[in-house]
Design a protein around this ligand. Structure first.
Ligand SMILES: [Zn+2]
Length: 290
């Protein structure tokens, strides 16, 4: 999400011209053949795949896996179709080509947000910062994912609608306590504002099981926050989870320490109770939300 802009080069334009001549779609091999017929310089041929990947910055290219007759054999191959120019240059900024390729590759053709695939749905994947760059989201691998163009624009629209202060967000990331980072993120969105779970995960810097536990711990009596969650299906049927802050209280000096102390005391209490009775301990704060 940087503002770095670039323009298509000569070779990009030539690939597009070839694609336009094949409105039903053209394979990578055919593009190469067509360009060779036109006398493509040998030096350019080795970079053709990369050039082809670059195209989506300026043009809408549909890539679909289709059965094609290749030298008399039916094979499923990637077929490209030119769909038009973009109004705005896709904003993938300064993520290195190798890293970008790695992110796209490990998505296996599937949008990591909605689950639709290149093969079945004709989506185009873009590399996106989970935590936007304006909020000090990094170019680190764990902050990048491959999502489809529709999810990407939906995400941008949502972030625009919540209108968060980048300075505030940068401050959120500076807290050393994971509880405070999660809590301050929820506060930044505000009371009753849904916060997508992928954002909490990235801000927490922890694995899914761990951040969910940290979030539940904010509901413990020493912290006393009220946080709801909602599970919903997006328009493509993919299950999503948001967390919603209902009430927050000012932090104590060491919230993470307070939580650990509370857990220790509760454990000791439960143990003492177990020794007195054989009944299962009933403690509402051990409820899980999954
Ligand atoms: Zn998607």
């Amino acid at each position: 999400m940087s503002s770095k802009r670039s323009r298509p080069g000569e070779i990009h334009r030539r690939i597009i011209e070839v694609m336009k001549r094949f409105p039903d779609g053209i394979t990578g091999g055919q593009i190469r053949e067509e360009l060779e017929k036109e006398g493509l310089p040998a030096g350019e041929q080795t970079h053709l795949d990369r050039r082809k990947r670059d195209l989506k910055k300026w043009f809408r290219i549909e890539k679909v896996i289709e059965p094609r007759d290749i030298g008399g054999v039916k094979r499923r191959v990637a077929v490209y179709r030119y769909k038009g120019d973009r109004d705005q240059v896709l904003d993938e900024g300064d993520i290195g080509l190798r890293l970008r390729a790695e992110v796209i590759h490990s998505a296996h053709g599937r949008c990591e947000m909605c689950g639709r695939t290149i093969g079945r749905h004709g989506i185009v994947l873009v590399v996106d910062h989970k935590l936007p760059k304006e909020w000090v989201g990094t170019n680190d691998r764990e902050n990048l994912w491959a999502i489809c163009e529709e999810c990407n624009s939906g995400k941008k629209a949502y972030f625009k609608s919540v209108n968060l202060d980048p300075v505030l967000m940068a401050r959120v990331m500076k807290y050393r306590s994971v509880h405070m980072r999660i809590g301050e993120l929820l506060k930044a969105f505000g009371i009753d504002r849904p916060v997508p779970s992928y954002l909490i995960e990235i801000v927490s810097g922890e694995s899914q099981d761990d951040w969910k536990k940290r979030l539940r711990e904010l509901r413990y009596p020493p912290i006393g926050w009220e946080i709801d969650f909602r599970r919903w299906k997006d328009e493509r049927g993919k299950s999503r989870v948001d967390y919603i802050l209902r009430k927050w209280l000012p932090w104590q000096d060491d919230p993470s320490g307070e939580i650990r102390r509370f857990e220790k005391e509760r454990e000791a209490r439960n143990k003492a109770r177990d020794e007195l009775t054989s009944e299962e301990p009933l403690d509402p704060s051990t409820e899980t939300d999954s």
